[in-house]
Design a protein around this ligand. Structure first.
Ligand code: ADP
Ligand code: G3P
Length: 493
């Protein structure tokens, strides 16, 4: 009987379920959009019940679309938007409030206070993370402080905390499994990177009762059975943060392998194997995955606005009808005519971490056309990626000769060629666009023997296109000098 792996990709804007076969082909895809709520400026929330409902919906739809029998599903993998936090009642299974999304800044005051108390370096050494409301700890603190009676109920063992992997696992196993994996736990700011367990000093600092936290497990193992949804019980065999899943899906298994996902923002991850590298250049250190007690760590740099800048050209400036049109419009001019766009609309992320910086455009003349601005905006995605790659090279001491890419904006050939030219590295786009779901599928398949090992998985990787550097060194230097001046200028403004 032909078998398949069902991957759930629970993202910020949608939930997807994808069935893969043994050759990594996508057999069926189902997707449901999700509502984000913005109750106050800078706050972003989601309804965890909607996330659960969307997950059930896409799982059933994907299996129906594929026309397979449920017993043909060898295992289920879950990958998820990371850091987004929810607390629920153990008895009723109801969330005590909306989930706080990773982008939300509502718990910033806790981080500011801890910075003032001089705790940043100490937290960084333990967790590899910067003191920022991006991570789960301050979000959980916020929930326990703002929902009446929550702290006491948590201490009594009545409430449970989870990121979306834990929430979905708990729901799919009908409350039997309250677990997470090391990759997700490494983004909570409660786990110690060295021990891979919750850190008592951090729990004390944030005043979080350990009993409400999910058990930390491997990234690829059978945690429990999905029961009640289908006629047969199906093992759930991977939990993994979405950026780490993409790294796995891109088969970046060796030290120094790097992937970049060009979505709304850009997420760059480098596999550093067993080495915990503490960045001197504004990057984060997290766990990639742990399989059979072997842990791979990663260095990570996030660019907050990437594809979102193209959306701004489309919806804000209205100089594009569709994002995909940006390629031909950029190619309609010979160059960007000295225009630089710095799309730091929500501050600058890695490697600068300047949350208050605004965006800017430089080098405008009477002859500047829409096409120059479009081209310069695409180039900004490549310059920002290049800045993170330089930080990665410096921190790891490794050369980066190859960058594997995915995400919506990676369909833009002009962008990828320019990336290759500026970075002087091969830029490789895989034939499989859904690398995040594929990574979760690989991890779930490995756990049940569907695929034998990483070597077998590597043999599935196929580049759809490879972009190689093709720019004079002098031109490259000149362009990079202009970008540095532009970045410097926005930070001074
Ligand atoms: N051909 C393209 N050129 C440039 N940007 C694009 C192109 N296609 C999509 N995008 C951008 O990519 C983003 C969507 O990518 P996606 O990976 O779906 O993002 P996310 O997972 O963050 O929602 C959008 O911001 C869109 O503007
Ligand atoms: O939902 P995505 O794909 O934008 O990913 C969100 C990241 O995991 C946040 O850290």
């Amino acid at each position: 009987m032909q078998k398949y792996i069902l991957a759930i990709d629970q993202g910020t804007t949608s939930t997807r379920a994808i069935l893969f076969d043994k050759d990594s082909n996508m057999i069926a895809v189902a997707q449901k959009e999700l509502e984000n709520y913005y109750p106050q400026p800078g706050w972003v929330e989601q309804n965890a019940n909607d996330i659960w409902a969307s997950t059930v919906g896409v799982m059933i739809e994907a299996v129906a679309k594929a026309g397979i029998r449920e017993e043909q599903i060898a295992s289920i993998g879950i990958t998820n938007q990371r850091e987004t936090s929810v607390v629920w009642d153990k008895q009723s299974g109801q969330p005590i409030s909306f989930a706080i999304v990773w982008q939300s800044r509502q718990s910033d005051a806790y981080c500011v206070q801890l910075k003032q108390e001089g705790k940043e370096a100490w937290i960084r050494e333990k967790t590899g993370l910067l003191l920022d409301p991006y991570f789960s700890a301050s979000k959980l603190r916020f929930l326990l402080d703002h929902v009446e009676g929550a702290q006491q109920r948590a201490e009594n063992g009545e409430l449970l905390f989870g990121t979306m992997d834990s929430w979905l696992l708990w729901k799919l196993t009908k409350g039997k499994c309250h677990m997470t994996d090391v990759s997700n736990a490494s983004r909570t700011m409660l786990m110690n990177l060295h021990t891979l367990d919750y850190d008592d000093e951090l729990l004390k600092l944030w005043n979080i009762p350990r009993c409400m936290l999910p058990e930390i497990r491997d990234t690829s193992e059978v945690y429990g059975m999905c029961s009640g949804l289908f006629d047969v019980d199906i093992p759930i065999a991977s939990l993994v943060g979405d950026q780490q899943a993409a790294l796995f899906g891109q088969t970046c298994f060796a030290a120094g392998n790097v992937k970049n996902t060009y979505g709304t923002g850009c997420f760059l991850l480098m596999n550093t194997k067993e080495h915990i590298i503490h960045s001197q250049n504004g990057l984060l250190t997290s766990v990639g995955w742990r399989i059979g007690k072997k842990t791979d760590y990663v260095l990570e740099g996030s660019v907050f606005v990437a594809g979102a800048a193209i959306q701004w050209l489309r919806d804000g400036l209205q100089i594009l009808k569709k994002s995909s049109e940006s390629e031909e419009r950029a190619l309609a001019v010979d160059d960007s005519a000295g225009v630089y766009v710095v799309p730091s609309f929500t501050g600058l992320g890695a490697p600068y971490w300047k949350p208050k910086v605004k965006g800017a455009m430089f080098g405008l003349t009477r002859g500047t056309k829409q096409e120059h601005i479009i081209r310069a905006t695409l180039e900004a995605l490549a310059y920002q990626t290049n800045d993170v790659l330089n930080a990665m090279k410096e921190d790891s001491g490794l050369e980066i000769k190859r960058l594997q890419v995915d995400g919506g904006a990676s369909l833009n050939n002009y962008l990828l060629q320019f990336q290759s030219d500026i970075t002087q590295a091969s830029v490789i786009r895989s034939t499989i666009s859904e690398t995040t779901a594929l990574g979760a599928a690989y991890l779930a398949g490995l756990a049940v023997g569907y695929w034998k090992d990483q070597e077998e998985i590597c043999s599935h990787f196929q580049a759809s296109h490879e972009f190689v550097p093709n720019m004079e060194a002098s031109q490259r230097e000149e362009l990079l000098t202009g970008w540095k001046r532009a970045i410097h200028a926005v930070m001074q403004f």
